[in-house]
Design a protein around this ligand. Sequence first.
Ligand code: THU
Length: 136
Amino acid sequence: MQTTLSELQQLLLVKAQQAQAHAHAPYSHFKVGAALIDNGSQTHIGCNVENAAYPLGQCAEASAIGMMVVNGGSKIREILIASPNDDFCSPCGGCRQKIAEFADKNTLVHMATQQGELKTVKFSELLPLAFGFDKD
Ligand code: THU
């Protein structure tokens, strides 16, 4: 666990927590925020957006990825997920596959507790042997 954050980690944490404040989570009451930096050094944020038809809910990571794509980004350099409690919020399986679409071997995933403690892993550790077509 990491308690001293780099400037970029601090920026992603603040942005993810700003997004988290807007989460629409009236069913789970589990508000999540995400912030990522792309290959063009632009940052994008997202929150979870739940729905009365439960399976239609969208995770915070997916919202942030959508923002990146609509703004022209194509690679995730680092992504941070802000948890609503003192546990790290690890991206769900579906989000791992969504991140995989825009990740490379250097992509980092930071998980932050509510208090701002960080755990960082390489994306490749979270989803080894991810499904994908060979695009490069
Ligand atoms: N959730 C996220 O937004 N990201 C994650 O990494 C894990 C789970 C959301 C989905 C749902 O709205 C709520 O948290 C509870 O599962």
